[in-house]
Every structure is written in C-alpha cells, then in structure tokens.
Design a protein around this ligand. Structure first.
Ligand SMILES: [Mn+2]
Length: 334
C-alpha cells in the first residue's frame, strides 16, 4: 500500500501546485490531472494543469473553463518557477514532460511522480508513488482520495472514470479487474455520464484519422504464423490523409483485434531521423522488454518507444528484435 497520507500532508503544506502528464497525453494522464485539479481547487490551492502537447480533440470534454493548458514558455515559465510542488501523472519517464521537466529541474521544484508504469528515469523525481498493479493512474488517484476521506464530486469522478475507461479499453483489456468496475459504479453514483464520455473518446474520430486508417488497412503485414502483424506510417501517408500524430493513437489496438494476431506493431515516422514504435499483445507474449531495448517502456501487453533512425532503418531493427523476442518466449530457436 502506498502512503497516500504523506502526500495529503505534503499538499496541505503548500500553496502553488503544477499538475502535468506525458507528451501526446491520453485519457489516463489527463483524467488523473483533471481529478486532482478539482480536488486541489476545492481546497483553495493555486493550481494549474500545464502539459506539453496540443490537447487531443477527444479530451476537450475535460477542458471545462480551459483548465488544461498547453505549455508556452513565455506565459508559463514565470509561474512554474514559483510552484511549491509538481504532481506528474502517468508519465513513465521524466523526459516525457519535455521542456516542462527541464523548467522544473532548473528551478529545483519538488516533483512527485504518480504512475502505474515503472519509472524509467531513475532518480529524476523527488518522490515516487508507483503501483504497477493499478489498471490506470486514475485508479491511484481514487486510492489517494479514499486515503484522505475525500468524498467524490462529479468532477473528481469524471477524471478518474476517464482514466480507467481509456486505459482498460472500456473495461475490455486484461488489466480490467473488479476494482475498476467498483470505482466505475461510484463514479456513476455521483453523476458521471459514461456514454457521453464514451462518445467523446471513441466516437469522435477526425476525418484525417479515418483516411489514415484506410491507408494502413491494405498494408498490414504478417509473419509466417500470423501471430505477428505490423504496419508503418510515413510522412507522405500522414500528409495524404491530412492526419496528425494524435490521429494514430489506437491503431495498434485495432490491428491486435485480428484473429490469430498475438502481437501488433506500429511504426510511425516522426521525422527523418526518429520513429514512434508501439507494441500491443493479446497476452501470449510480453512486449515491454522489446520496447525497453529500443529506449522506451510500458506495460507487459502495451508498450512503446521513440527511437532514432529513419523508417527504413528502424523497421528491420524492430522486426528483428520482435521476432527474436517472440521466438525466445516460445522456446524456439531464433
Ligand atoms: Mn495509464
């Protein structure tokens, strides 16, 4: 059990608090920050959610009163330099805060990590609250509220519910457990509109996203056994579909749905010298070791990395290490 009471005490002793999450934020990081924001506002704290990326459209429903800000050095650095505390959600790696992390470090701010991923940035956080058994960071925020006897408000519940529903794929992935459903029940009791959140997150695809999906569907490749499926997205496809980096989120989950596919891999060309790689597994194979070897990390069945090199360089490297890992786990010769 994590010592959430200590965190409550830390918060009670300070005034100005920054909340943040990783670049390309998802429902868990944003929802967790949103819950905590409302808890802290209710306590009269001076707090802001500032994150590095453009807010994905499907999470605009969390942006009531424009509480989720995209980092801008000119308007934020002064405020950030004077915070007493920073609470970072779901980040996995300190570096995934980008310039916000640099600002916090150069101002020697006390930075607390709240996450269900292992921390890949050893020692960068002043304090770590890590629970790798939690289905979502939102579940940890729930535990934090319970430990402080905080009653759920609708706003706190909306954030927690969003974190859990997105990280469990709407209560479908193997990390879904009884507690997820129990928390969901509590959220519904205080008025969370679950179908509205579902529609915002899952029935809100941009036309660019659908056009890009159309381009990849004919390009999925498989290994001999059909257990491994992969596809790539280069810059020309992004341009043709008029898609953004955020539009590719979820494509790997989509390919994992194919019958017989155990592991799905997506490689997206970010620029001429770096690629984003995502791995999803149905459960037969653990894939975060492959992601870690590429400089990333994540969960056993959902992981990723941003790795140096052009798409032409990265693709064979990723396929070789994935094939080798699958063969190892199958006990076969490479
Ligand atoms: Mn998460």
């Amino acid at each position: 059990m994590l010592d959430w009471k200590t965190l409550h005490k830390t918060i009670d002793g300070v005034e100005r608090i920054l909340l943040s999450t990783h670049e390309n934020p998802d429902g868990d990081g944003l929802g967790s920050a949103y819950s905590m924001y409302h808890f802290l506002k209710n306590k009269g704290k001076d707090c802001r959610i500032i994150q590095i990326s453009q807010l994905p459209y499907e999470y605009e429903f969390l942006n009531t009163d424009q509480v989720i800000e995209t980092y801008n050095p000119e308007t934020h650095d002064d405020w950030i330099s004077q915070v007493d505390l920073a609470l970072i959600f779901d980040v996995g790696d300190y570096r995934r805060m980008r310039q916000i992390g640099d600002e916090l470090a150069s101002n020697k701010i006390h930075v607390v990590n709240i996450d269900h991923h292992p921390d890949l940035s050893d020692g960068r956080f002043a304090e770590n609250f890590i629970n790798m058994d939690a289905a979502a960071t939102g579940e940890m925020v729930y535990d934090f509220m319970k430990a402080g006897n905080i009653s759920m408000t609708k706003e706190i519940a909306v954030g927690i519910y969003t974190g859990i529903v997105t990280d469990t794929g709407s209560f479908s992935y193997s990390n879904t457990n009884q507690k997820c459903h129990q928390i969901a029940m509590e959220c519904i009791e205080v008025g969370v509109n679950t179908s509205q959140i579902y529609q915002s997150v899952y029935e809100n695809s941009s036309k660019g996203r659908v056009a890009l999906l159309g381009l990849i569907l004919n390009q999925i490749e498989y290994n001999d056994t059909g257990e491994l499926a992969w596809f790539t997205i280069d810059q020309s496809m992004m341009n043709k579909a008029n898609a953004t980096q955020a539009d590719v989120d979820g494509f790997t989950d989509f390919v994992r749905k194919i019958r017989g596919v155990e592991v799905a891999v997506m490689i997206v060309e970010k620029d001429n010298n770096s690629c984003r790689v995502n791995f999803r597994s149905k459960g037969k194979y653990v894939i975060n070791g492959i992601a870690k070897a590429l400089g990333g990390g994540g969960h056993k069945l959902a992981a990723g990395a941003v790795t140096q090199g052009s798409l032409d360089e990265v693709l064979p490297k990723v396929l070789a290490s994935t094939r080798a890992s699958l063969a190892d786990q199958n006990g076969e010769l490479k």
